[in-house]
Design a protein around this ligand. Structure first.
Ligand SMILES: Cc1cc2nc3c(=O)[nH]c(=O)nc-3n(C[C@H](O)[C@H](O)[C@H](O)COP(=O)(O)OP(=O)(O)OC[C@H]3O[C@@H](n4cnc5c(N)ncnc54)[C@H](O)[C@@H]3O)c2cc1C
Length: 383
């Protein structure tokens, strides 16, 4: 029997689940509070320069998931793109992620891989047996000089608290490469959609079974009348923040333009605590196959997210996780709603993981229908 489902949010989560259900013959309404589809991946051409701007911050597609890669290539032409990031530390420019070039530049050496490995091992603080914090973990892995130059200030700005107060688990592995590989991501498949992410999401939503409503915020009371709701907004927002607000970091994007090439690369990080921005992104370099004289840049400054701000990065420390479990309990008792995506499950999710989870979630719903089983509140656990 045909169902009528509501997708709250026209980002990747809502679009991919909606498409799957529409292709299975169901009716789908996709509603978004914003005036465009694609959620935070939204891209728009700047009228003055012609540059494709990543409106909510830069998005680079990278994955090892072959099905997800095939999926996005079905809806967009992808151009090869490799993210090569630089960083400014104490007035000098270095290569990221920290690799043999960075190590040799920083210490004024010409070390080969084995020599660099031994050199860094000698710098590492072996007195820390059981690192309790991000700071101790970094000191144990890379030693004080690299920690202070590349991790301390950046982390302080990004999270608004000292690395001393962040859990060691944030830095799981040795964050250094002992070769000259400066490819920011290690994934097999990487690229940029030629016409931007919004065109890709529009193509995903382009199905006769799907109707899209923009500038349409959806509240809990609006969900009645649908057979099922897939909600990709903030989980605490669905419940009117009745238990309190989950903590997020937001970003101020200070936009500026430049006649020419401002920084010669797409992403320049700023590691020093004294410089307010964590990075400057020059959007035309995300489309190296295009040629634009003018340039559009974002200076990115993180800060605590207040009501009315766009929630970007979930904080997920001890207090937030406790509040999250209370919201998860409320959600589990909410019939007819599945909480999905980065806001619905309060996790940082890359686009490929979002699409993977959306495909799995849509399939789970179809399987539940076929079996006459209930659809759970979460297809991917937020805890
Ligand atoms: C700064 C930044 C940079 C990133 N860079 C990358 C990158 O380089 N590579 C990568 O793979 N991933 C990146 N990501 C992650 C990427 O943005 C997410 O994977 C993706 O946006 C998740 O899609 P979503 O549909 O779950 O959520 P969203 O894109 O946030 O979409 C949710 C939508 O729901 C709408 N909505 C919310 N509440 C309501 C409501 N009550 N009623 C109606 N509509 C509502 C919102 O308006 C929004 O459009 C980045 C994220 C951030 C924050």
């Amino acid at each position: 029997m045909t169902k009528h489902c509501l997708m709250v949010g026209a980002g990747l989560s809502g679009a991919v689940i909606g498409r799957l259900l529409a292709e299975a013959g169901h009716r789908v309404t996709v509603a978004d509070a914003r005036d465009h589809v694609a959620g935070n991946c939204h891209t728009a051409r700047d009228a003055a320069t012609g540059v494709m701007v990543h409106v909510y911050g830069p998005h680079i597609f990278h994955t090892d998931d072959a099905e997800v890669w095939d999926y996005v290539n079905r809806f967009a032409t992808f151009r090869p793109y490799r993210n090569r990031v630089k960083t400014v530390s104490d007035g000098r420019v270095y290569s990221l992620p920290i690799n043999l070039h960075t190590i040799n530049q920083f210490f004024g050496k010409t070390l080969r891989p084995d020599e660099a490995r031994a050199f860094i091992a000698a710098k590492a603080d072996h007195s820390i047996a059981e690192p309790q914090s991000f700071e101790e973990q970094a000191l144990r892995f890379v030693g004080r000089e690299l920690y202070e130059a590349f991790f301390k200030g950046y982390t302080l700005k990004q999270w608004g608290c000292s690395p001393h107060d962040l859990p060691a688990s944030i830095l799981k592995r040795l964050p250094l490469r002992f070769n000259y590989d400066d490819d920011y991501f290690a994934h097999r498949f990487q690229g940029m959609p030629e016409q931007g992410y919004t065109a890709m999401v529009e193509a995903i939503l382009d199905h006769p079974g799907i109707s899209v409503r923009l500038q349409s915020p959806v509240a809990r009371a609006d969900a009645a009348g649908y057979d099922h709701v897939f909600y990709s907004g903030p989980i605490d927002g669905w419940f009117d923040y009745r238990l309190g607000r989950l903590g997020y970091r937001t970003l101020d994007f200070q936009r500026f333009t430049y006649a020419g090439d401002y920084q010669g690369c797409a992403v320049m990080n700023y590691a020093d605590a004294a410089v307010p921005q964590t990075r400057i992104t020059e959007h035309k370099h995300f489309a190296p196959w295009e040629d634009h004289a003018g340039s559009v840049l974002y200076r990115e400054v993180p800060r605590a997210c207040e009501p009315g701000d766009i929630p970007y990065y979930p904080i997920r420390l001890v207090a937030e996780k406790a509040l999250l479990s209370d919201y998860v309990a409320l959600a589990a008792a909410e019939p007819g709603v599945t909480f999905v995506g980065r806001l619905g499950t309060y996790r940082y999710l890359d686009m490929d993981v979002t699409i993977r989870e959306a495909l799995d979630c849509g399939r789970r719903y179809l399987a539940a229908l076929a079996e006459g089983a209930p659809m759970p509140a979460f297809a991917a656990s937020p805890l």
